[in-house]
Design a binder for this molecule. Structure first.
Ligand code: PGA
Length: 252
């Protein structure tokens, strides 16, 4: 049985004071509640260290939103996996569609990041997903297959056990349009089938595959009850403690 995992991707939102307030509210909201999900927050880098202190002793875990694939060196503005680890990050989001489109990250770059994160002990939340054009022109499966095969190239079966896959159709991110639970399930099953081919049935059955793209308290229940949807990667709705909790509690 896979445990539901809900991660909040804050993106470039909340300064340090606002991050402290949101985490305090989230802690208050989650207190004394039965939570059937793993909960991860991914605040901006400036708030990681403080967030780690604030979530100490709670069930909330910490993730970053990006990293570089090198160990260290002359990469102005970048952060390494070991730096993220040193401030308490257990996870890092990699290959988010905003990184792919706005910052030009290729499948090859994302693969380097995935391998480096795994080597340095930070678990990747590995994002994939098609654009509306790709879906409508019938190349969705081809695009997703390429993202999975290239992004996870040289990742071993043991390492796969540490990877969370996040399927996020680009057309559903921040748009208010969600894939229907059936549409999402179909792609999740396809991704799991690919992982079976690339690794093994046993390994693929253990992989958490999150859905992302306009997940809200109102649609989380139906999405999370699909067979191959094991959680959510939440953008907009995680910036408010009540609505993030509304999604977390959809985990049965
Ligand atoms: P959204 O973002 O929930 O605001 O659509 C999801 C994401 O980009 O991870």
């Amino acid at each position: 049985m896979r445990k539901i995992c809900v991660a909040g991707n804050w993106k470039m939102n909340k300064d340090l004071n606002e991050a402290v307030s949101l985490i305090s509210e989230l802690k208050k909201t989650l207190e004394n509640q039965t939570i059937n999900a793993d909960v991860i927050i991914c605040p901006p880098a400036i708030a990681l260290e403080t967030s780690k202190t604030l979530i100490e002793g709670t069930a909330i875990q910490l993730g970053a939103q990006n990293m570089h694939f090198a160990d260290s060196g002359a990469y102005t503005g970048e952060l390494s996996a070991s730096m993220l680890k040193s401030v308490g990050c257990k996870y890092v989001i990699l290959g988010h569609s905003e990184r792919r489109t706005i910052f030009g990250e290729s499948n090859e770059v994302i693969n380097k990041k995935v391998k480096k994160a795994l080597a340095d002990g930070v678990d990747p939340i590995f994002c994939i997903g098609e654009t509306l054009e790709e879906r409508e022109s019938g190349v969705m499966q081809k695009v997703i297959e390429e993202q999975v095969r290239k992004g996870l190239a040289e990742v071993t079966v043991e390492e796969l056990g540490k990877v969370i896959v996040a399927y996020e159709p680009v057309w559903a991110i921040g748009t208010g349009k969600t894939a229907s639970p059936e549409q999402a399930q179909e792609v999740h099953a396809f991704i799991r089938g690919l992982l079976k081919e690339m690794y093994s049935e046993e390994a693929a059955e253990k992989v958490i595959i999150q859905y992302g793209g306009s997940v809200k308290p109102g649609n989380a229940d139906k999405l999370l009850s699909q067979k191959d949807i094991d959680g959510a990667l939440v953008g907009g709705a995680c910036l408010d403690a009540e609505s993030f909790f509304g999604i977390i509690k959809a985990a049965k």
